[in-house]
Structure formats: structure tokens, C-alpha cells
Design a binder for this molecule. Structure first.
Ligand SMILES: *Cc1c(COP(=O)(O)O)cnc(C)c1O
Ligand SMILES: [Zn+2]
Length: 472
């Protein structure tokens, strides 16, 4: 394609059941989060032959010279041709996706990578401070095309912050957010409140809130933007497109991402599957999804019990058996990495498919490993919230196992900004043992190897001067 304009027809995009044995399809204008025929999740699919698809990824570079146009500026919508489900005039953008890929040897050394091989994709730089904006602009755009007036989500904090931001900046919809009690960090809660979202705090955890929001949305006809929404995942595909763009369209060897509800990992798989199918890349990187040890359903199912996508026939007995164990044991997710504190990931099947497409592995990391990795990310000049650091801790583990080669090119996704959860950061660095124990002790975190402790000193000039000289 030379310079075909962005055109979109609703005919060429549709929704389809992810299960090949079912394959039921639905119109792109329908609002649904599952298949009527079999209950599985849905994909957004395209009739690529009827669409103006570029013949090389380099084609997208021409958009850089049109940054005054909102759709060319957005790090999501400048790839509109690869997620063409809505007409350009319906797109709602707030300039999301201006995120850098940063090569850092500091974190690379910590993981054990060779020089120049470790990259961090800094998604905390999005308008609401997490990668969720990539998906929210897409789901919100779909909601707008179908005329929704209210949109809802359950959230550990970042999805609600993102939804609330799109609602208040566009004035197109009211945000209704469901959060569990006591779990959400103040950084995230403050965003939802500041942005004016109707905030419903449920006496329960994220998994409870997720179940309720699905029931309530159905009953009240509110548009649901959780990652069961297939349009969200379309937007999140562009994280991978920007990684490729930053690497001059060279495919890296590994993508390492924290896994919570498994929307991100699922969307990465779809992105690479489609790029390969379209002939825009010649190989696919491997995927590593990292659970927190306190919320390790995917790790249990994939690595311990051998659950696989299996060509669209995952063994339901394994899934149901594990769910029954969670129920009977009263087991609750528990990790300092609140954004991945999820035991019943809604995108499980899609993630299994992504793991197959990308020859993936799953690992679990402790809260201790997460916080140490997070301190390393902070010291590298970026910083992230605890959940994001799971990617770095997971890459370190895979390097130590020899699964990741030191000469491989590795991209870890930093999913959320450092200031989302300052409580965890301050507790790690504190000199106050009581404070440390209060926040981290119950998490099995016993040491802070990379702590940068504040120096306590009397309010006395000589003492202050002495303290600085002693410590510098
Ligand atoms: C939502 C979130 C995750 C988990 O992503 P999933 O797509 O649900 O697996 C990880 N880190 C942060 C910061 C998040 O906000
Ligand atoms: Zn189906």
C-alpha cells in the first residue's frame, strides 16, 4: 500500500468466539463480552483483504511528521490500520501511548544480561500512569460508537483511574468503578476520586468486584470496559507495535510481562500472530508471563498442571479442578503487587493461546524478589509500581535458569508508574523497622538489600553538616 487513507467500514471488522470449535461471530457494533453459543471470550477480527493494510511496518513512520493530528500523535491510533474497528471520526484519544523503550545496563546487570540487551518499555508514562490507557482508548472509542452513556469496570486501581480519566476529559460518559475494600493504593484511588468517577467500594476483593460489575453492567445496561472487553485488547496490541518501532522494526527475542487478569499477555499474542499472518514480521518473540507467588493461578495451571491451549481445546477439568480448590480452601490472592493480585484471571484461555503462539513460559516471583527488582528499576532512573517489577524479577529468574540467554534481546514491560504506590516504596527504603514490618512483614519480605535509607539527624547545623559528610 502506498498512501491509502485510513478508511474503516464496519463490514470488515467483526467479533468472533475464540474457540475454533465454535467460531460464532457477531457484529462489531454489538456490546458483549462473551459468546452466546459457548460462553467463551471474543476476539475482534478483520477481513484484512478488504482493508488497506500497509505492506511494511516502516510505512507507519510517515505519521511521525503529522504529529499535530491527534490520531497520528497517539501511540495507539497511529497504528489505526492494524486495529480498524472504528471510523476515525469516532476515535476518542487523550494522547496515550507516548511511551519510551529504554535500554538500561543497570537493570540488565542485575538480571544478568549482556551489555545493551535489556530494554524496559515504560508504560507508566501514559496519561493516567499505566498501560491501561492503551486499551481504554480503544474500548472507550467502541463505547462511543455504540452510543454508551455510562461505562463501568472492576479494578485493582489502574483500570478505574484510566476509565475515570477518559470519562472526565471527553465528557462523553459517566464512569462507574467497582473496587475491593482496603486493597487499592492511594495513588490510584485518588485519581478515580479526582476525576469524578462514581466509586463503589465493595466489601470483598478484586475477584468479588469483578463478578459484581459483570452482573450490574448486564442488569443496568452499562458498558463494561474490563479486559473481557475484546476492544481493549486491540488497543493494547500497540504496546508491541511501539516496541518494534523503537527497535527499528527488529523483533526482540523475549517479551516479559506481569500477569494479572492476563489481558496484556493475550493482546501481545494477538499482535504478533496478526503481524506474522500479514507478513509484516518474519518471526515472533517468546513470551514470559510473570505471576506474583501470592496470586499464581496461571503458573499453577500452565507450569504445574500442564494446562495448554491445545488448539482451542484446553482441558476444562484442570481449570475447574483448580477453581474448586480455590473455593474450598477459601484461598485469596495476596501480594504487595496489588495490580496482579488476582486469582481468577478472566483472560485465561486467551493467554493460553498467546503462550502457544509465542512459545511462552510462566514463572512466579515472591514479593521480596518483586521489591528488590523494583528498587533496581528505580535506581535506573525510571521507577515503577510493584506489579511492574515482577517482569524484571521474572526475567532474572529465567536468566538464572538459562532459559533466557545473556545475548538475547529482552524487553520487560513496566506496566505502571512509580508514584502509583508510594507506600510500598517508602516502606522498602525506610529506616524504621516497625514501619517496614507493618507494611511488608506479613508479605514475607524480610530484607531490603537495595534500600536507600533517609538519614535521621537532630535539628542542629553542626550535626547536619557532619551527617552529610559522613554519608557522602
Ligand atoms: C492491570 C495491571 C497489570 C496486569 O495486567 P493484566 O493485563 O491484567 O494481566 C500489571 N501491572 C499493572 C501496573 C497493571 O495496572
Ligand atoms: Zn463460542
Amino acid at each position: 500500500m502506498a498512501a491509502a487513507p485510513t478508511t474503516t467500514s464496519t463490514r470488515v471488522a467483526y467479533q468472533q468466539c475464540i474457540m475454533p470449535g465454535c467460531g460464532a461471530s457477531y457484529g462489531v457494533e454489538e456490546v458483549r463480552t462473551s459468546c452466546d453459543a459457548c460462553g467463551a471470550l471474543l476476539d475482534v477480527r478483520y477481513d484484512w483483504d478488504a482493508l488497506p493494510v500497509p505492506d511494511s511496518l516502516k510505512w507507519f513512520e510517515q505519521k511521525w511528521s503529522r504529529r499535530n493530528e491527534p490520531l497520528a500523535k497517539s501511540g495507539v491510533w497511529r497504528f489505526h490500520e492494524l486495529l480498524p474497528f472504528a471510523p476515525p471520526e469516532k476515535v476518542v484519544t487523550i494522547g496515550e501511548g507516548q511511551t519510551p523503550l529504554i535500554q538500561t545496563d543497570g537493570v540488565g546487570d542485575y538480571i544478568g544480561m549482556g551489555r545493551g540487551n535489556l530494554f524496559l518499555e515504560y508504560e507508566g508514562m501514559n496519561p493516567s500512569g499505566s498501560f491501561k490507557d492503551n486499551g481504554m482508548t480503544a474500548a472507550f472509542t467502541h463505547a462511543h460508537t455504540v452510543g454508551a452513556r455510562r461505562a463501568a469496570c472492576a479494578s485493582t486501581g489502574n483500570t478505574s483511574a484510566s476509565l475515570a480519566l477518559y470519562c472526565c476529559s471527553s465528557k462523553l460518559m459517566q464512569a462507574v468503578i467497582f473496587i475491593g475494600s482496603g486493597k487499592i493504593s492511594y495513588g490510584k484511588l485518588s485519581q478515580a476520586l479526582d476525576y469524578g468517577a462514581l466509586t463503589v467500594q465493595i466489601a470483598g476483593d478484586f475477584d468479588d468486584a469483578m463478578q459484581r460489575v459483570q452482573q450490574v453492567s448486564k442488569q443496568l445496561g452499562i458498558y463494561l470496559v474490563n479486559s473481557v472487553n475484546p476492544f481493549r485488547l486491540e488497543g493494547q496490541k500497540t504496546i508491541m507495535l511501539r516496541v518494534l518501532e523503537s527497535l527499528n522494526w527488529e523483533v526482540p527475542d523475549w517479551i516479559v510481562v506481569p500477569g494479572g487478569n492476563l489481558g496484556n499477555s493475550s493482546s501481545f499474542g494477538k499482535a504478533f500472530y496478526e503481524l506474522k499472518q500479514l507478513g509484516l514480521i518474519d518471526r515472533v518473540p517468546r513470551l514470559a508471563v510473570i505471576n506474583a507467588a501470592g496470586a499464581n493461578t496461571l503458573h499453577q495451571l500452565y507450569e504445574k498442571r500442564g494446562l495448554r491451549w491445545n488448539g482451542g481445546q484446553p482441558d476444562q477439568k484442570i481449570i475447574d479442578g483448580y477453581a474448586a480448590e480455590l473455593d474450598s480452601g477459601g484461598k485469596r490472592a495476596d501480594t504487595i503487587a496489588s495490580a496482579i493480585e488476582i486469582n481468577r484471571p478472566v483472560n485465561l484461555e486467551k493467554c493460553l493461546r498467546a503462550l502457544e503462539w509465542m512459545d511462552g513460559v510462566v514463572r512466579e516471583v515472591t514479593d521480596q524478589e518483586i521489591l528488590d527488582a523494583k528498587a533496581q528499576v528505580g535506581a535506573s532512573g525510571m521507577g515503577c509500581e510493584p506489579a511492574s517489577a515482577a517482569s524484571v524479577a521474572g526475567a532474572k529468574q529465567l536468566r538464572e535458569e538459562g532459559v533466557i540467554d545473556p545475548d538475547a534481546r529482552v524487553v520487560c514491560i513496566l506496566t505502571g508508574h512509580q508514584l502509583k504506590d508510594p507506600t510500598a516504596t517508602v516502606a522498602y527504603h525506610t529506616a524504621d523497622q516497625e514501619e517496614f514490618n507493618r507494611v511488608l512483614g506479613s508479605r514475607g519480605v524480610s530484607r531490603a538489600e537495595f534500600a536507600n535509607r533517609a538519614v535521621q539527624v537532630e535539628n542542629d547545623l553542626d550535626e547536619i553538616v557532619r551527617a552529610i559528610q559522613l554519608n557522602s
